[in-house]
Every structure is written in C-alpha cells, then in structure tokens.
Write a protein that binds this ligand. Sequence first.
Ligand code: GLC
Ligand code: GLC
Length: 810
Amino acid sequence: MKYGYFDDENREYVITDPITPWPWINYLGNEDFFSLISNTAGGYAFYKDAKFRRLTRYRYNNVPMDNGGRYFYINDHDTVWSPGWKPVKTPLDKYECRHGLSYTRIKGEKNGLEAEVLFFVPLKSWCEVQKVKLTNNSPEAKSFKLFSFMEWCLWNAEDDQNNLQRNLSTGEVEIAGSTIYHKTEYKERRNHYAFYHVNSEIQGFDTDRESFVGLYNEYSGPQAVLEGKPRNSHAHGWSPVASHYLEIELKPGESKELVFILGYVENSDDEKWESKNLINKVKAKDAIEQFNTPGKVDAALKDLQKYWDDLLSGYVLNSGDERLDRMVNIWNQYQCMVTFNMSRSASFFEVGIGRGMGFRDSNQDLIGFVHQIPERAKERIIDIASTQFEDGGAYHQYQPLTKRGNDAIGGNFNDDPLWLILSTTEYIKETGDYGILDEMVPFDNDESRAKPHFDHLKASFYHVVNNIGPHGLPLIGRADWNDCLNLNCFSTNPNESFQTTENKSGGTAESVMIAGLFVVYGREFVKLCRQIGNNDEADAAEPHVDRMVDAIKKHGWDGDWYLRAYDFYGKKVGSKENQEGQIFIESQGWCSMAEIGRDEGMVHKALDAVKERLDCEYGIVLNNPAFTSYVLEYGEISTYPAGYKENAGIFCHNNPWIMIGETMIGRGEQAWEYYRKICPAYLEDISDLHKTEPYVYSQMIAGKDAHKPGEAKNSWLTGTAAWNYYAITRYILGVRPDYDGIIIDPCIPSSWKGYGVSRKLRGTTYNIKVENPDGVCKGVKEIRVNGKKCNDSIVSYSPGEVLDVEVIMG
Ligand code: GLC
Ligand code: GLC
C-alpha cells in the first residue's frame, strides 16, 4: 500500500494521507540552523547542536506519536482544525504534504478554507521561515481565527526533560509587537535567545503554556483555541510557549499570505541589552527584515532550489528506470547530505541528545557527499583526523561543537583508523587535491603535536600492523564495525554499556572483518604512496598486506565462507562448528571486496553461502542462525531478539559490501538484485509493511527470523546512505574517479541495454553513454572519447572540457 507518490520533476515526495505508518519526516537547513519536520508538521528546530541549542520542545516516543511541532490552529466558527491534520486531527477535506529538498509544503482544506504552509530554512540564515497562505475556496465570505503555536525548549534538550526542579522556575520571555522572544538564562551565561515573529499585526498572543493549552487539555484541543480567545499570557517560569492570534476575513476566492519566522540570535557580552532587562533585538529585527514578505520568501526558496540544482549536478543518471534514477539523482544524494549535517544526532529514532560524531561513521558518510561539497568534506576529514592518537587509534566519537574527542566513550574500536584511509583517498580521487596530505593536523587536538595528514594515514595503517593477534589477524579491541560483537566485554550487569566495558583484559580476540578491511585499505595506502612517489613507504607497507592475505587464507577460512572472528578464548566465531551465528555478512563482504583467495574459488564460495544462508525476501541478514540466547563471550549481539538489529536483522549498511563483492566477480544480476531489495523507492508499494519513508534508507529492516520480516526502523541517519550510493554509482553503474582519470567499469544485469551518466569531475564534464549490445554483465570492449578510440580503460581528466564518452560493453 502507498501513502503518496514521487513527483520527480519537482524532486518531491507527495504524501496524500496524513496517517502514514510512521511519521515521515524531512530536514530543513543546510549549515547552522536545522529543523526536523514530519508530514504533520511535528518536529523541532535547533542551532548547530541538537542537544545544547534546542529551540523548540519535542516529546519522543509519546502518546500519541509525534508530539510537538510548529502548529497552526484554525477556528472557523467552532470547527477547529490544523492544516497538517495533527495535532487537532479533525478529518480534512483535502490534505497533501510535499517533502522537497530542504523544504516542506503542507496543505489542508476544511469547509472551503484552504491553508498551505511552506517551511524552510533560507540559505545562510539562522531561522525557519513559515509562509502561510490562506484561501477562501467557498462561495461565501469567511471570518475565522488563526493561532500559531510552538513550545520553547530551555536550550539543553537533555536538561529540559530531566531537571524540572530548576527548569520550571527559569522560563522568561519578552513580547514586543508581533514578536515573541524567548530569553531563558540570557541574563547570565547564555549569549543567545530565540524569537517567533509574524509579519502582521496580531490581535492577541500567548506565552504561557498552561494559560493557552489548559492544564488538562491536550495539544489537540488547547482551551484558548476551543474558545477562540487568546489569554495574552506572560510566561514566568513553567513552560514558555509562543502563540500568535490573528482574526482574518476573506472574501470568496480571496487569499492572504502571512510570514512567520522562528529565529535564533547570538549577541556578544557588550551588546546583550537594549536597556535594563530588555534584550538587544537588533539582530532579530535584521533577520526579520530579510524574510518578512511573501516576495522575499519566494526569492529565498528559489536560491535554495538553485543550491540543490548545483549539488545534484555532479552525477546525473538516465537509466530509463524511474525508480533507479530518482534514487541516484535525488533522494540517495539528499540523504547523504543529511547524514553529513546530522551524523547520527537527530532523527525520529535518534533523540538528538545522545551521540556525537562517530570516527568510523563520519569517515564512511563522506563517500556519499564528497562529490557534492568537496571543500566541506576536506574540513570534515581534518576535523576527524585531529582527534586521532599518535599510535593511530582514535576516540570513537567527537563532539560537533568543540570538535574534541569524547572521553566518556574512549577508543579501542580497532576498525576506526582504517576508515580514514577510505575517506582521504576518495577525497583525493575526487578532487586531485594531494595538498591535503601536507596539511598539518594535530593528534588528540593538541596543535603542538601536529604532523602532516599523511602521517595520520600511516598511523592508521600501522595501528593494525601493531595490533595483531595469535593467528596473525587484527585484534578486535572493544569491537570492529559491528558495535555489538563485544568479544572482550563479558557483561552480566545490565547497567553497563556493552561498548565501553572491558571486563577481561589481555584479550586476544581477533577480527576477520578488520583483516579484509585492512587488505582493501592497506592496498589503497600502498597505491597512494606510489602515486605520490613515496616508494620506500609503499615497499615497507606492502608485505604487511601480503601477510594479512595469507593469514586470512590460513586462519580466516571455514571451508565454505570466511570466518568472522576468534573470541577471547581463541575459539572460532562464524563457523560451521558453532551452533548459532555460523556465518556473518561483514567478513564475506570485506574479504570478497579484497578478493582474498579468489583464484582458489573462495570469493565465489563465500558469496554463494551468503545467497544460501543470509539472503531473504527483504535483503541480506547479518548472521545466521540468529542467536536465541545470551552468549556472554559475544556481548550485545546476542541480546537482541532474533531478526533485529545486529542479531540477524537486515542491517542495510553492510548489504552494499556484498553488492560490491559480487561486482568483483562479475555477477551483475546478483549485485543488482541485492541493490533493489533494500532500495526504498522499490519498496514504496509495501509502505504499510516497510513503515519508514519510501524515499530514504533505513538502518535496519527486520530479518527473516523476526516477528514481522520486512519492517524497517531507524530511517535517515545511517551509513547505509553513503554505501548504497557508492555501490550503485561506483561499482554497479561503474563510474568511479581514480587518481589519473575516470574508470568506467559497469557490472549490470545482462538484460540492460545501456544507460547514460553525466558526471562532473575536476572541471571536466563527462557525458557517458554505456551500451550493452552483447547482453553481458561485465566487461568493456571499447571506449571512444569524442569519437576517438581510447586505448585505456581510464579516461583522463581534461579540465574545462565536455567529453562524450561512449562505452561498449562486451
Ligand atoms: C550503528 C553505528 C555504527 C556501527 C553499526 C553496526 O549504525 O552507528 O558505527 O558500525 O551500528 O554496529
Ligand atoms: C547499539 C546498537 C548499534 C549502535 C550502538 C552504538 O549497540 O545496536 O547499532 O552502533 O548501540 O550506539
């Protein structure tokens, strides 16, 4: 069942039924000021950090679902309704929500009155603009009442929920004309306040929640709205809110547009006050001035659309399959930018107070957006590397505001360092900017210990080499990519975190996944060294990679697939010898991408085993058989009920590793089948089962052992976005930048006749046309550039030029 449709021309998903199986959300904002918005206008706004600078209050996992937002109430002769259906939930005569790229438009109609609200954060601004258009579609004149409403968060989103003994006494506001200012804690240590404005005279307002809503009422029926009478309340402590009240009359056919602005301001210490106890409003007034007419709002929306035109112009696919095109050209790239902005902080599954930027997560996310914003990607790489230790190890997370490593979580996740080689080499291939290797980058944020970025890559490489276990395989540390395979944890205390607890020391647990990862990115490191003429470094590094290949062949192979690990006691994990968890996806992915034992048939066998044991209708599960009881020596993985998350869920992040593995051995049908299975646009028809948005990936889909296989959770903020984009664009469609040119090496279903890709890279525009006359999956027999036969499989860079590239498979 569907709840809407894709409008590709406008790059929108149009929701036509407000009662979606889960709130379907969108993100507003691109740099500093961000908002989350659901299809019923739920969600919240924050400045830079969803924990420390939360502007509006939101109640996660509440009853009913999705509580708190920027709400409009209309009281039209005692019919009370909201344009987005919620919170009032009066059945609407018409409803539509269009989620576009960084904007959302919600339209509702009741009894001939139409209300359309456009929400977005203009570029380079610190505010969310809401343009409300009211139209009288009825044959009679209408007079009705409009209330805006939002609830302020007292800045620190965690404290806001917990520290009520203090919070309920601190709230402060100011009201000046049509602007309501929220200034809690401004007089002491905060240099920021927020405001909510409307560009029209108001006939009343409210700033105290209890006065407006009524102590025992719900958002669905605030007392002031039901009575059609604002209270003109001043908040003193308790819960400050902002509500404007407007009386509106419309002739038949008449429309009226209003602009509401929710903004954030910072003032320096010497500019905080206008006079005693009155905040300095200059910057707020400036921001209001920028967007306070419908014309200014429309112009700002145009700028935003132009911004997205540019971002999306770097890779444009024309495959003839509209679902594939919309994923590659629009939604997957959009999701990658959202993960760039949010990391794993704020979604409808991540509450915005828990997690900082992950070392491994952020490096992997980068491969999904480096082509869109290379400069900011570079900055991100340097930020991440600056938190690394001299021995190559890393804090697992760092804080976005301070950019410092997070002590509370610490390090010792032994896959972390290698992802820095991935992000850096992808960045250089995309941009040609080898200069990044010479940038002086601190260790542990200590400038006095800065070294060229190249040394960070070297430290990453040798961190693996220096932490090898008894089988010659990398020590796993607290965990590798799979946060829940905690082989040194041994926790019996439910109050301990599996990620930060190491109850047994001196563990020699080893990871075959890191081994495969090391072969892939160790080779990348060697290749990079040769590329920059540092052959000594390359010669020194290479034997370590070769030794790892041997170690995997000897100790990492179980006969039909790659082992997953050795546990604390040196026993095999992911082997036929085990009762449960006999095979795991991660090592099959990385060892097949590294082509370990390919000539001996290992890659084929391992991928066949994936197909046989891990694949199911909705994707590839993480492990099989699922764990059904707690395994003390494995940790969190065995805590999840079978079929969820890391215990045999379809963890969509790692499915593309198998897709890429399949392309290594030329199995285009199989790679494509795996891609399609988890790709949201192809799941639109089963939205009622899938539950999450049909335009973005979710981290996890319930696996075959789960109660309801196919049901997804944790949409938006997941490495799934970047890896699926990477797999489809670089390996299935096969267009990938390399150091000296662009490689075109498709691996597709044999039935595909061809496709076109326009790729902008290093100042060159490649108009690529792939043809598949012989119906093969892989293999290129000829490339012609501007009609001339090219002798190489790499087409070189020609800055300033537009090249027609014809690729004939066969
Ligand atoms: C989560 C984490 C990521 C980890 C994955 C598998 O997505 O953010 O770091 O690799 O789970 O456990
Ligand atoms: C839990 C999740 C995992 C995540 C980890 C870190 O273990 O299952 O996906 O990576 O928490 O927050």
